[in-house]
Design a protein around this ligand. Structure first.
Ligand SMILES: [Zn+2]
Length: 55
């Protein structure tokens, strides 16, 4: 079951999808650090992460 996360910072278009929630979390952290020069709480990542059912 893939997971996806779409960044909600301003007009940021960053979105990722992975079969691993750990990988999503790692990539989101890297994105926020590099692109927004900030940090994101695990709770915010979990809140923004959606499970995607493949048709
Ligand atoms: Zn972003």
């Amino acid at each position: 079951m893939p997971y996806q996360f779409a960044c909600s910072e301003g007009s940021c278009q960053f979105a990722i999808r992975s079969s691993s929630s750990d990988e999503v979390e790692r990539l989101v952290r890297a994105h926020v650090r590099m692109t927004h020069n900030g940090r994101i709480d695990r709770a915010d990542i979990e809140r923004g992460m959606e499970r995607v059912e493949l048709a």
